[in-house]
Design a protein around this ligand. Structure first.
Ligand code: ARG
Length: 462
């Protein structure tokens, strides 16, 4: 099935319009309309530069500028009629500009191609998303800092292998996530710095014979400089990949935290109570309060990993410079960006609202022989025992407590002395969880003093 309308943008070369299937596979307007504002910003910068460089007249540039503003307001107000026949956002905008201002619209594309145009639009869009992600991460970090500050000295079990290891503080656990998300933030900041070069003016792939001023358009669009190689400028999608890679790592952190919230909010743990605002009920079991937001964060991040892999697959076989394959970059990035922002906001909301159950945390902190290492350390310090021997003695005491069904602090001095005669009652001072965490004052350790110092450091930096 063919149409008899040939394309108004390149109709000169074509006798017939595209098959309907061709139109369907080729069109990107269904999704790249999200870059309308960026496309118009790029065109405005380009038109102003063309006039300043004497390539078009000032009056043409002014007509283009006004026309583009009208197009933008039509799009923003929902009055714009997008056309699939016009393929993409670039041609939709240009065609409407022609309706509005006539001949000068045809001069806008001088010294430019859709290849540098789309690279520019997409970079501007991704750059905005990097800024949004940085903002979202900062908001989450602030929520974590509040939790850490409130619970700097609340004790809870620290785990390795999800087995009770040593007591830690709630604040310390919250601050671990602050460190993780701070690295995510710096990855976006780093990627943003590296990507901030303008492709505009690279034209199709080789540059242009018109006396354009790439510095001027770069500056107008907030880029640090023009990209130095026109082939690279139109074929580079590293910025999108870096966005997806940074998003993937951040999403992985969100998912780990979501997993902890799912475990912690269970009846078996009761470490936290999630707010009603971020939970759902069950249609059949009246007692249920489900951590759906955490579960959906955990699940949604798969889409972000998928987008990262998908775009790597799109790019890996492409010869220089532009290939139409690259049109497939956008939906992946759009979807990943939407879900990252949603996951960040949902996590921030959950963290802000959640209540740590101090008593459950403390009760759990003391179970599972969590202060065994403190006992071994005491034997080293007080009795000058080699650590390996102290480890052995402690192991025997743990076995004794286990066989009696009690915890280490519940053993009597006689019990302790039956394993090693030199042990004194002083040892009970280190068997309590509060003493345990208070003693871990090494830099970055779990002692409340250390946690408070880290909270203060991060509050300063945010
Ligand atoms: N819609 C296209 C894209 O997203 C714009 C660039 C088209 N360039 C071309 N030479 N056909 O990549």
């Amino acid at each position: 099935m063919t149409k008899d309308t040939s394309n108004q943008m390149w109709g000169g070369r074509f006798a017939a319009g595209p098959d309907a299937i061709m139109e369907a596979i080729n069109a990107s307007i269904g999704f790249d309309r999200r870059m309308a504002a960026q496309d118009i910003a790029g065109s405005r910068a380009h038109a102003a530069m063309l006039a300043k460089s004497g390539i078009i007249t000032d009056s043409d540039a002014e007509a283009i500028r006004e026309g583009l503003l009208t197009v933008l307001s039509e799009i923003e107000s929902g009055d714009f009629e997008f056309s699939t026949a016009l393929e993409d956002i670039h041609m939709n905008v240009e065609a409407r500009l022609k309706d509005l201002i006539g001949e000068p619209a045809g001069r806008l594309h001088t010294g430019r191609s859709r290849n540098d145009q789309v690279a520019t639009d997409f970079k501007l869009w991704v750059r905005d998303q990097m800024d949004a992600a940085i903002g979202g991460i900062e908001a989450l970090m602030r929520a974590l800092l509040s939790q850490a500050e409130a619970g700097a000295e609340w004790v809870m079990p620290g785990f390795t292998h999800l087995q009770t290891a040593q007591p830690v503080t709630w604040g310390h656990h919250m601050m671990a996530y602050v460190e993780m998300f701070a690295r995510d933030k710096s990855r976006f900041e780093d990627a943003r710095r590296r990507m901030n070069e303008s492709p505009l003016g690279a034209a199709a792939l080789a540059g242009t014979s018109f006396p354009i001023d790439r510095q001027m358009t770069a500056e107008a669009l907030g880029f640090d400089r023009p990209a130095a190689n026109s082939l690279d400028a139109v074929s580079d999608r590293d910025f999108a990949l870096e966005f997806l890679a940074a998003s993937s790592i951040c999403a992985m952190h969100l998912s780990r935290m979501a997993e902890e919230l799912v475990i912690w909010s269970s009846a078996q743990f009761r470490f936290v109570t999630l707010s009603d605002r971020f939970s759902t009920g069950s249609s059949i079991m009246p007692q249920k309060k489900n951590p759906d937001a955490a579960e959906l964060i955990r699940a949604k991040i798969g889409r972000i990993f998928g987008a990262n892999t998908a775009l790597l697959m799109v790019m890996k076989g492409l010869p220089l410079a532009y290939s139409k394959d690259m049109q497939e970059d956008k939906e992946q990035v759009f979807d990943a960006a939407d879900n990252l922002m949603l996951a960040l906001a949902a996590m921030e909301g959950m963290v802000k609202d959640m209540n740590a159950n101090r008593d459950s945390l403390e009760a759990a902190a003391g179970s599972g022989f969590s202060t065994a290492t403190d006992l071994a350390d005491w034997l080293v310090r007080a009795l000058n025992m080699p650590f390996r021997d102290a480890h052995h003695v402690t192991g025997s005491l743990v076995a004794m407590a286990e066989s009696r069904g009690c915890d280490l602090p519940d053993l009597s001095l006689e019990d302790l002395q039956s394993v090693h005669g030199d042990i004194t009652s002083e040892v009970f001072g280190v068997l309590g969880v509060h003493n345990s965490v208070a003693s871990r004052v090494s830099y970055g350790g779990t002692a409340p003093t250390q946690v408070r110092a880290q909270v203060a450091r991060w509050k300063d930096m945010l």
